[in-house]
Design a protein around this ligand. Structure first.
Ligand code: FES
Length: 195
C-alpha cells in the first residue's frame, strides 16, 4: 500500500493582525512593568538617603542630654574618663554606641568635656596627669589640659561637648560627635566649641 506525500506549504505563516497587536501590547506592558520595578529598586535607597537628613534631625536621641554622673565624682582640678551611651543610635549599633569622653573639672560647676577622639583622624586620646597632656597613640598628637593643641598632626584642639550641671549632675549634649562645622552649631546657630 503506497502512502501519498502530504504537500507542505512553502508560504510563511503570518499571524493575524489582532494576534500581532495583542502580542506587541503584552510585551510593551511587560517592559513598562520591569522598567517600573527597576526604577523602584534604584529609587528606594536614594530617597531613603535623602530623607535621612530630615528624619535624623527629628530622632529622639539627636542633641539630647546624657548624664555623666554626679559632679562629686569629678574632683576639682582633675580630668577623668566618663562613659555614656550615645543616644543617637540605630538598633543595629550594639555596643559601638557605648563611648567615652574626658571630663575636666576646672572648679565648682565649671567643666570642660572633651570628645575622646583625636581631632586628627579620630584615634582615642589618653590623659596623662603626670605630664598634663592628652596624647594620641596613632601619630603622636598632643593636647594641653584645656584641650588646645600642643603638637603633632592635629590642626586644632580636642572637640568639646556642650554641658550643663543640674542638681549636682553633669550632662552633655551627646547626640552627635562634634566635628568642624558640626550640625550642632548649624542647628543652634552657635560657633562650634573649640573651633
Ligand atoms: Fe591622633 Fe593622628 S589620629 S595624631
Amino acid at each position: 500500500m503506497s502512502t501519498k506525500p502530504v504537500p507542505v506549504s512553502t508560504k510563511p505563516v503570518v499571524p493575524s493582525r489582532e494576534t500581532a497587536i495583542s502580542r506587541r501590547g503584552l510585551f510593551m506592558k511587560l517592559g513598562i512593568l520591569f522598567n517600573g520595578l527597576a526604577a523602584a529598586v534604584i529609587a528606594v535607597p536614594i530617597v531613603g538617603f535623602l530623607l535621612s537628613a530630615i528624619t535624623r534631625g527629628r530622632g529622639n536621641g539627636y542633641l539630647s542630654w546624657v548624664e555623666l554622673g554626679k559632679i562629686a565624682d569629678f574632683p576639682e582640678g582633675e580630668t577623668r574618663l566618663a562613659t555614656f551611651r550615645n543616644p543617637y543610635v540605630m538598633p543595629t549599633d550594639g555596643t559601638t554606641a557605648d563611648t567615652a569622653c574626658w571630663v575636666r573639672r576646672i572648679a565648682g560647676e565649671q567643666f570642660q568635656v572633651f570628645a575622646i577622639n583625636c581631632a586628627h583622624l579620630g584615634c582615642p586620646v589618653r590623659w596623662f596627669p603626670q605630664s598634663g597632656l592628652f596624647m594620641c597613640p596613632c601619630h603622636g598628637g598632643a593636647y594641653y589640659r584645656d584641650g588646645s593643641r600642643a603638637s603633632g598632626p592635629p590642626e586644632r584642639g580636642l572637640f568639646q561637648y556642650p554641658y550643663k550641671v543640674e542638681n549636682g549632675v553633669i550632662a552633655i549634649q551627646a547626640g552627635e560627635l562634634p566635628t568642624p562645622g558640626a550640625a550642632i552649631a548649624a542647628l543652634t546657630g552657635e560657633k562650634p566649641s573649640c573651633a
